[in-house]
Write a protein that binds this ligand. Structure first.
Ligand SMILES: [Zn+2]
Length: 111
């Protein structure tokens, strides 16, 4: 059995470093865990995904802006800094990109 969860960065929507959990210590999917994101370069909450369906669901929610409140809460300590402004712009851009790729994917699936 594969106990490896994927941790998706709440800030950039990218996959973080994998973490091995001991058997029996698995958390529910979408559990939040603060980890260092190698892409963002900061400690930020990651969403635990147990399988690819979880990842797709996370990306949908993330790109649709459903998690914006959680993103903001996670990054509250950066408010007012230049880093926050840059990250916010980056988040908006990435949300648009992911939304576009998810839309294209669902059209492909229909055909
Ligand atoms: Zn990140």
């Amino acid at each position: 059995m594969n106990d490896e969860s994927k941790f998706m960065c709440l800030c950039c929507g990218r996959e973080g470093l994998p973490i091995q959990r001991k058997k029996g210590k698995l958390k529910k999917p979408f559990h939040l865990k603060k980890l260092f994101c190698i892409h963002c370069g900061i400690d930020v909450n990651h969403v635990e995904c147990r399988n690819n369906d979880n990842v797709t669901e996370f990306l949908h929610q993330w790109a649709n802006g459903e998690l914006n409140e959680q993103i903001q809460t996670s990054l509250e300590y950066l408010y007012g800094t230049a880093q926050w402004v840059a990250m916010r712009d980056d988040i908006i851009k990435r949300q648009e990109e992911i939304l576009k790729s998810l839309t294209l994917k669902s059209i492909d699936e229909i055909e």
